[in-house]
Design a protein around this ligand. Sequence first.
Ligand SMILES: Cc1cc2nc3c(=O)[nH]c(=O)nc-3n(C[C@H](O)[C@H](O)[C@H](O)COP(=O)(O)OP(=O)(O)OC[C@H]3O[C@@H](n4cnc5c(N)ncnc54)[C@H](O)[C@@H]3O)c2cc1C
Length: 415
Amino acid sequence: MTQTDALLGLETPSETVTFAPTRAAGLARLDQFISRAGKHYTSQRNYDFGPERRSNVSALSPWIRHRLITEEEVLKETLARHAPSTAEKFIQEVFWRTYFKGWLEQRPSVWTGYLEGLDKALMSLQKDRAMAVDYEDAIEGRSGIDGFDQWARELVETGYMHNHARMWFASIWVFTLKLPWELGADFFLRHLLDGDPASNTLGWRWIAGLHTKGKAYQARVSNISKYTEGRFRPEYQLANSVIPLSETGEHARRPIPAADAEPDQDYLLLITEEDCRPETLFKSKPASVMGLIATQERSPLDVSPLVETFAQSAVQDAVKRMSATEDTSITSDNWAQKIIGKAEGENLKNVVTAYAPVGPVATQVAAVKPALEDAGITLHEVRRDYDDLAWPHATKGFFALKQKIPNVLEQLGLR
Ligand SMILES: Cc1cc2nc3c(=O)[nH]c(=O)nc-3n(C[C@H](O)[C@H](O)[C@H](O)COP(=O)(O)OP(=O)(O)OC[C@H]3O[C@@H](n4cnc5c(N)ncnc54)[C@H](O)[C@@H]3O)c2cc1C
């Protein structure tokens, strides 16, 4: 922190974020942070001051990922407080999430390819003892690399890691420890409260040089030392150069699948961890409400209880908001049986849910559809205008979407 920063009021005071899985808690954090989404965020966001000093970033990702608060709400609050030019950087970061979601939706083979690669890497661990030891040391914070070990422990204990630390961590994982990137992505997905198939898979691929082909991210001692204010300095511990990973085959682009309209008959609303803000998605009130999660399907290994509890409670919070009388026990098993049982019990022929983007929930939704059809029940997947407007621009690099941000904001009535 320079003297000028202090004079400009850009200090970063102590601030620990508690990730309570409710919309109210997300809104409280938004309210606490939003005045800093302009100059302060722009100049300070790259610093990882540690878990006790999180005032320079929003730490909103767990709530946004489950749409306990939506991207649109965050953008609206931002623009109510700041000129678009002052908050440009923060607005762009929110759109990075949108970019990754839209990009993966059009290239779902990247997700299935990741799952296959992960299976192979897990099998290699069974055979390669040295690799298994390095892997265990890495995820338990015993690699001996300054910073890396502390970030691994912070992730497991809190469910959060700063963006810059994620970049350094992933780069060290791939290029210094030379572990398969899929194992690192899985470690993140099992422990991040914001663990997301698109942002996580594509974040790791970007670091490794697979997203922007031939361009990898190198973690450097000077950069880590500067942006952690000297907390960490892994001198002589990091790879001196990086050779981007490569893969055979292309991931063909498909059109974004069509979504459904909301039916005009009575319906059962199914809330999942992909969208816990149904109030702003559906026009009519549902006849009945239920919630289901697919959190354990994020990995073949055990997903952290912190992560599962967050998703479960987020869905519970949404179910409660939609209906004070509903049973709010949220489970992850027997989706088809549970949905059919509930719909038949309430004599409803239509089930409505928020469109689930590529990932475990979408896989569950696709798997239950035929059973529902056999039972004479139609499942309608309704997508947000926000996604419909932004996703089509996520075809290549971020730049194309970035250029369209003013248009998208305009069409949403936010400018
Ligand atoms: C290897 C790797 C893995 C990642 N895995 C995930 C993940 O599983 N889930 C996830 O939500 N983000 C992921 N990110 C992106 C980013 O690190 C987090 O979104 C961000 O650190 C969340 O902290 P914040 O809310 O304080 O972000 P802020 O800096 O305050 O940004 C505000 C919001 O913008 C979005 N955002 C910011 N940066 C990014 C980015 N680079 N990519 C996508 N969205 C962004 C998030 O929704 C975030 O809450 C990953 C990044 C890397 C490098």
